[in-house]
Unconditional design. Structure first.
Length: 428
C-alpha cells in the first residue's frame, strides 16, 4: 500500500512541476491566435487568386495544426482549473474538520464555565488553596483559561472567514471552468470545420491529377536548377579564393627574391628570418584574414538570424515534403516561404553578393558569408550587384510569383560541403 501512496504523491508533485501557469497559457494562446490570423489572411488571398493548389493545402494544414494547438492550450487550462478546484475543495474540507474540532472543544469549555459560573465556586476554588502562592497561581490559571476560551472563539471566527474566502474562490474557479468549457466547445467546432475544409482541398487536389503532377515536376526541375546554381557559385568562390591565395604567395615570393637581389648587389647578405612553426591549415579555402571574423559571427548567430521576409509562411520545409496527391513528394535543400508578390526580400546577414543568375525568368541571388552561403530564389528583380557588400536587413529584391500562382521565395543556407535546415538558423 505504501508504494502506491508514494507514487500518488510523486504524480501530484510532477504534475505541479510541468503545469504551465495561467498567464503563460494565455500568452501562448494569443501568439497562436496571431499566427492563425496571419495564415487565414494568406489563405484568403490565395483563394482569391487561384483555385485549390499546394499552397492552399499547406496553409489549411498549418491552420488545422494551429487550431489543434489552441484546443490543446485550452485543455491545459482546464487541467489547471480542475487541479485548482481540487485543491480549494481540499482546503474547505480541512477547514470543516478544524471547525468541528474547535466547536467541540469550545462547547466543552462553555459547559465547564456554565457549571462553575457562580461567584461562590470561583471564590471557593481560590480560597481552598493551601498557600498564598498557590492562590495566586489559581487566579492566574482562571485568567488564562478565560483568555483561552476567548481565543477559541476568535479561532472559530477566523477559520470561518478563511473557509468563506475559499468557498468564494471555489465558486470563481467553477465559473471560470464553465466559461473555458464553452470556449473549448467553440474551438473544437472550429477545428472540425477546418478539418473538413482540409479534406475538401485534398479531394480537389487529387481530382486535378495531371495538372498537380505537372506543378510538382516543374517545382522539382526548378529546385534542381537552383541547386546547380548554388554549387556553381560555391565552386567559383573557391576558385577565386585559390587564385587570390596563389597570387598573394607569389607576391610574397617575388618580394623576397627582390630583397635578396638588392642585398647581393650591395654586397651584403639578407638576414635569414627565423621560421615560425607552420600554422594549421584553415578549415576552408574560402576563409582568409578578411572574412574569418564575419564567418565566426555568422556561426554564433545560429538560431537568431532574421527571416528574409517580414511576413511569410513556410510551405515547404527542409528535406522531403509529402504531398496530398498519392505518393508524390518534393525534396528541397532549403525552405519555401509564401509571401505577397512584391514583398521585399532582405539579407539575413552581412555578406558579399557572390552570384546573380536568371533561371526560367526568375532571379536567384547567392550571398557569401565567409565559408557560408545564403541563397534567395524566385525574385522578380534584384537591387544589388555581383561583388557588392551588403548588410543585415538590406533589400536584395522582390518576391516573384511562384509556380502555384502565389508569391513565394526559396531560401537556402549552405557551406562548400553541404546544406543546412534554414529553420534551425532563423529566429523562432
Amino acid at each position: 500500500m505504501k508504494p502506491i501512496i508514494i507514487f500518488f504523491f510523486l504524480s501530484i508533485i510532477f504534475a505541479n512541476v510541468v503545469a504551465q501557469p495561467p498567464e503563460q497559457l494565455e500568452k501562448q494562446r494569443m501568439e497562436i491566435k496571431k499566427e492563425l490570423e496571419k495564415t487565414q489572411s494568406l489563405l484568403n488571398k490565395n483563394k482569391a487568386l487561384t483555385s485549390e493548389n499546394l499552397l492552399q493545402w499547406r496553409l489549411i494544414s498549418k491552420k488545422v495544426n494551429l487550431q489543434g494547438k489552441v484546443v490543446e492550450n485550452i485543455n491545459n487550462d482546464l487541467k489547471n482549473l480542475n487541479n485548482n478546484i481540487y485543491l480549494i475543495q481540499k482546503d474547505i474540507n480541512r477547514y470543516d474538520r478544524i471547525l468541528d474540532t474547535l466547536k467541540a472543544e469550545y462547547a466543552k469549555s462553555m459547559v465547564y464555565a456554565y457549571k462553575n459560573r457562580s461567584n461562590y465556586e470561583f471564590l471557593n476554588f481560590i480560597f481552598s488553596a493551601e498557600s498564598f502562592n498557590d492562590a495566586i497561581k489559581r487566579i492566574a490559571y482562571l485568567k488564562s483559561y478565560r483568555n483561552f476560551r476567548e481565543k477559541q472563539g476568535e479561532n472559530i471566527l477566523r477559520t470561518q472567514e478563511q473557509r468563506k474566502k475559499r468557498i468564494a474562490d471555489l465558486n470563481s474557479a467553477k465559473r471560470k471552468k464553465g466559461e473555458t468549457l464553452k470556449v473549448q466547445n467553440q474551438e473544437l467546432a472550429t477545428l472540425a470545420t477546418e478539418q473538413k475544409e482540409k479534406d475538401r482541398i485534398i479531394s480537389e487536389l487529387k481530382k486535378q491529377g495531371k495538372d498537380l503532377n505537372k506543378q510538382i515536376a516543374a517545382k522539382n526541375s526548378q529546385l534542381k536548377k537552383v541547386n546547380n546554381a548554388i554549387a556553381a557559385a560555391i565552386k567559383k568562390a573557391q576558385e577565386e579564393a585559390r587564385k587570390q591565395a596563389l597570387a598573394k604567395a607569389a607576391a610574397e615570393e617575388k618580394k623576397r627574391l627582390e630583397e635578396e637581389r638588392k642585398a647581393a648587389a650591395a654586397g651584403t647578405t639578407v638576414k635569414a628570418e627565423v621560421k615560425k612553426p607552420a600554422k594549421s591549415q584553415p578549415e576552408s579555402v574560402l576563409l582568409n584574414a578578411e572574412n574569418i571574423e564575419l564567418n565566426n559571427s555568422f556561426t554564433k548567430n545560429k538560431g537568431s538570424l532574421p527571416w528574409p521576409v517580414d511576413r511569410g509562411t513556410v510551405i515547404l520545409h527542409y528535406g522531403n515534403n509529402k504531398l496530398p496527391s498519392g505518393d508524390a513528394s518534393i525534396f528541397t535543400e532549403g525552405i519555401s516561404i509564401a509571401a505577397d508578390v512584391g514583398t521585399s526580400v532582405k539579407s539575413v546577414f552581412n555578406g558579399t553578393v557572390s552570384r546573380i543568375v536568371n533561371i526560367d525568368g526568375m532571379y536567384v541571388l547567392v550571398l557569401q558569408h565567409g565559408r557560408y552561403f545564403t541563397t534567395y530564389s524566385n525574385l522578380s528583380n534584384v537591387s544589388v550587384e555581383t561583388g557588392q557588400n551588403v548588410t543585415t536587413g538590406q533589400v536584395l529584391g522582390k518576391v516573384a510569383t511562384g509556380i502555384y500562382g502565389n508569391g513565394a521565395i526559396d531560401f537556402y543556407i549552405s557551406d562548400e560541403k553541404h546544406g543546412y535546415d534554414p529553420e534551425t538558423w532563423l529566429r523562432k
